[in-house]
Design a protein around this ligand. Structure first.
Ligand code: CA
Length: 432
């Protein structure tokens, strides 16, 4: 029998049961309160600093109380910097506090530390100092490579190196922030010279983001077996991409203005502990693929470095909204389709001594699988617009149009475990 919570809405909640407790930053809507750290529980948010002030954590461990003190802060960075042991201790203490078997007088007090999510304003959970986007789905790399380089789809380094590029942290925005169609230089294959104007092939990319907790010093390397001690938790990431700008600018130095106008993250950071029941082996490498080099190979990571998460993209156009029609799901994939684990990405990132700091964000790269409906961006789903999607109301989409709203979700479920979810990662396209 799984543990339940005295917060009634948590029991059976598809995303935020007692077993999840993802961390975010909030305050009461229309208030001038200081934003602070809380955990989502059912339809509510538990205010951790308020629990500390009310004496509800008096019996908790020193580590848990250290963590709780770091929650009176407008970002998760201070808590993340305290590392995995403090996160685990705080999470255990909050689980005990929210469990059904807590004494009645305790939950009567703790009830005052709850804020309804409908009555809360959410903030970016993390001040991201550096953002690195990887390219960890071999299906995505192959599909995209085939469009940009038909004769040479998968470059020879792909199966050896976790490929990535340094992204832009300043334009990371919270779910719900409108996305303005970017201007840029566009040049199609038939154009003699580039033109300047709003992107005509605006796309999303479905990704997971991993936050660094404990940082690394300049010059320090991280064995892959220890990499997860530096990872704090995961979120959803939409790496908005302007394909016409990208195809013209990307050589020889990689993505630039096609990507850095906005990247959206979900408001709740799901901890590795919440994801523990959903760990899985890394996808088997195809026959003939090289083994990961020794510094990227460890039996524990091979055996449980993956996360069995279902990831989906939903689309609602302006016409669908006007007609009060619901969003339609346009893809469904699995994060088990990634070729590299987050532990391998982190170890590779640090192998040259590059230092990582608390709150740094590592993007997985677009999550695509082998099945056509598991492709994580429109570039792949519509073959660069050549095979547009047909929507139930008769509209078609090659790329995103103004007024389109893209929603990403991720969840984990299996027999013997309580389902958890990430909440939503939403962005609506506004005219440029
Ligand atoms: Ca990307």
């Amino acid at each position: 029998m799984h543990q339940t919570s005295w917060v009634a809405s948590a029991n059976g909640h598809p995303d935020f049961p007692l077993q999840n407790l993802p961390f975010g930053v909030f305050r009461r809507a229309s208030s001038d309160e200081a934003p602070r750290v809380g955990v989502a529980i059912g339809d509510e948010i538990l205010d951790i600093a308020a629990c500390l002030a009310a004496g509800l954590l008096d019996d908790a461990s020193d580590e848990a109380r250290r963590g709780a003190r770091a929650c009176a802060s407008p970002s998760l960075n201070a808590l993340m910097a305290l590392g995995a042991p403090v996160r685990r201790a705080l999470r255990d203490a909050l689980t005990r506090l929210l469990a059904s078997d807590v004494p009645v007088h305790t939950h009567q007090t703790a009830r005052h530390a709850l804020v309804a999510q409908t009555n809360a304003e959410l903030f970016l959970p993390v001040q991201v100092g550096d953002y690195t986007d990887f390219y960890a789905s071999v299906h995505h790399a192959t599909n995209v490579g085939a469009m940009f380089r038909p004769d040479n789809p998968l470059l020879p380094n792909y199966k050896w190196v976790p490929i990535g590029y340094h992204g832009r942290a300043s334009s990371i925005v919270l779910s719900g922030t409108p996305i303005t169609r970017p201007n840029g230089q566009r040049k199609g294959p038939a154009d003699e010279v580039p033109s300047v104007g709003p992107s005509r092939s605006l796309d999303y990319e479905l990704e997971l983001g991993a936050f660094v907790g404990t940082g690394t010093a300049l010059g320090e390397t991280v064995p892959v077996a220890e990499a997860e001690e530096h990872l704090w938790g995961l979120c959803l990431l939409n790496d908005w991409s302007a394909r016409d700008i990208q195809s013209w600018e990307y050589q020889p130095l990689g993505p630039f203005l096609a990507k850095n106008f906005a990247s959206t993250i979900s408001p709740w950071v799901v901890t590795l502990e919440a994801l523990a029941p959903f760990r899985a082996p890394l996808a088997p490498r195809a026959d003939g693929d090289p083994m990961p080099l020794p510094y990227l190979h460890h039996t524990d990571d091979q055996a449980r470095g993956g996360f069995a998460l279902t990831v989906e993209v939903w689309l609602r156009t302006a016409r669908m909204r006007e007609a009060n029609e619901p969003a339609v799901r346009i893809s469904r994939g699995s994060s088990l389709d990634l070729y590299w684990s987050f532990a391998q990405m982190l170890t590779h990132h640090a192998m040259n001594g590059c230092n990582l700091r608390p709150g740094d964000l590592l993007g997985s790269g677009t999550i695509s699988g082998a099945a056509p409906d598991s492709r994580g961006c429109l570039l792949e789903l519509t073959r660069r617009g050549a095979e547009p999607l047909s929507l139930p109301n008769g509209e078609t989409r090659g790329f995103l149009e103004d007024g389109d709203e893209v929603t990403m979700v991720a969840f984990a479920e299996r027999d013997g475990a309580v389902r958890i979810g990430f909440g939503r990662c939403v962005g609506l396209i506004a005219a440029g």
